[in-house]
Write a protein of this length. Sequence first.
Length: 352
Amino acid sequence: MSDARSEAPMLSVEDLSVVFRTDKERVHALDGVNFDIREGETVGLVGESGSGKSVTARSILGLINDPGRIESGAIRFRGRDLTDVGWTDARGDIAIVFQDPSGSLNPVYTVGNQIREALKIHRGLTGRAAREEAIRLLESVGIPDAPGRVNAYPNEFSGGMRQRAVIATALACDPDLLVCDEPTTALDVTIQAQILDLLDDLQRESGLSILFITHDMGVVSTVADRVNVMYAGEIVERAPADRLFSDPAHPYTRGLLASIPSVGARGDRLLTIDGEVPTPNEAPTACRFAPRCPKAFEACDHVHPKHVDQGGGQSAACLLFEEEHTTPVTPETGRPGVADTHSAAETDGGTE
Ligand code: SF4
């Protein structure tokens, strides 16, 4: 977790909506996503599989391809909207580490070759200078005997070493922002801890900003300064990490935290959230979480929740916190539509 942070956002994702079009339908993968990342900060993006985390990561990198497209919103990196000016100038400033290190490395090229390729493209290094920098990068991510292993192929590395090599390749771009998309999910817990320590060390040394994407609340609690909780293509809660874990507001966040297995709870049934994340091509409900929410009340079926400030940098998009329910949806789309006000007093809901 970072200590040195400025208040100015390095990256601002503003009202981002991403749609995938097929012959038959338009599938909304992201719907009005907002969050930001400041200099030297680690921001977590958590949620179950299918919540839109990876589409968010790919959007930031400019990797949404046909039939998908960014339909609206902005991705401002150092003040410039990349959806407007394009990603070319920012390519070396933002790097990504994917979940599966085996899929990220080309098996027919040596690890050193792949790092040198990134050094050539992004920093213009070739020959001996590139080889020496590749070795330095491998050393910086904790690869033992880096001068000897720089000529090894990915299959000669263990899973943890492959993920370190992927991180070294990402660092070869000399990025300011590292997007880590489930970087430890494919690793066992001891290697996972080593990779988390490595990212923490790299951030302290270089002042990197990190977007850390995971479905694992335990992992995000150890790495993030602030956390955004995502559900069905929307951010439903955002808060400083310590506050999110000590005082979660949104019923979905509470469900996720209650689902974390506890070593001391032997013999007890593991709590889960009933149901599943809706697929993007399902007709959205007014509150996306309503079909699974233990706190749902009448208005949740026809009013789209807005973010409500909870103080201390925390906000939650839930009608339990709205006094007047004024963001109804049109039944056909499940998205905000024609005004129809419902008072909280007319419902039997209430804040816990
Ligand atoms: S708006 Fe209603 S259904 Fe949605 S999370 Fe809040 S209480 Fe649950």
